[in-house]
Design a protein around this ligand. Structure first.
Ligand code: FES
Length: 208
């Protein structure tokens, strides 16, 4: 079969249609980049499209990486190691050995020194990814966890919060603050500020 890129030389047995198609291909292959119609407009549209896709993609990828590779306390000034009653750093494995009851809540020292609850997950083997600040949002009393009622109940003026720290009875105006909980490579538990939407109320976090 005879066929060339720069010209169409086809045996006469080929139909007119094949000849026409061949000429179209040759014409296209002979076009230079500058011959593409509306090239500038296309480039602009492509750039805008790329930027529009790149931003949300990088945000999604960022949250996955944040989940898979939590920040190291030594590299992040905002984080704070969780400390026990004696001011010692908390080791995840040791803490879980002593707090293996599913959904158990126990106070530790958290961000800015605030008393913050660590929560054992339902499996009794891991810590929940969030801690609950125990400072009452009414007038600042420390709110104890009352396991028999499955609530945090403030002894000062009777505010009540559910197991996730959301208000179920006033006068407290706002839910208890949240903090992220991570464990580093050395098995040490640390907190990091919660800046994302409050998953309980779907509002912006009031404590930031
Ligand atoms: S300080 Fe907690 S209800 Fe007033």
């Amino acid at each position: 079969m005879l066929s060339q890129k720069s010209s169409c030389i086809l045996p006469s047995s080929f139909s007119k249609r094949a000849d026409k198609r061949c000429r179209r291909v040759v014409t296209r292959s002979n076009m230079s980049v500058s011959d593409v119609p509306d090239r500038d407009k296309r480039d602009t549209m492509n750039t805008l499209l790329l930027a529009g896709v790149a931003l949300p993609s990088s945000m999604i990828a960022g949250s996955y990486l944040d989940f898979l590779y939590p920040p190291r306390p030594s590299q992040d000034r905002e984080v704070q190691y969780a400390k026990d009653l004696f001011g010692n750093n908390i080791k995840h494995s040791v803490w879980i050995q002593n707090h293996s009851t599913p959904l158990e809540r126990e106070l530790t020292q958290g961000l800015n020194g605030d008393p913050t609850y660590l929560i054992t997950q339902n499996d009794g083997l891991h810590l929940q990814g969030y801690g609950i600040n125990s400072i009452c949002t009414h007038l600042g009393c420390v709110v104890p966890w009352i396991s028999s009622q499955n609530k945090f109940i403030c002894p000062c003026h009777g505010s009540q919060y559910n197991a996730e720290g959301n208000v179920v009875r006033g006068p407290a105006p706002l839910p208890l603050a949240l903090a992220h909980v991570y464990t580093d490579d050395n098995d040490t538990v640390f907190f990091r500020p919660w800046k994302e939407e409050d998953f309980r109320t779907h509002d912006s976090p009031w404590w930031n």
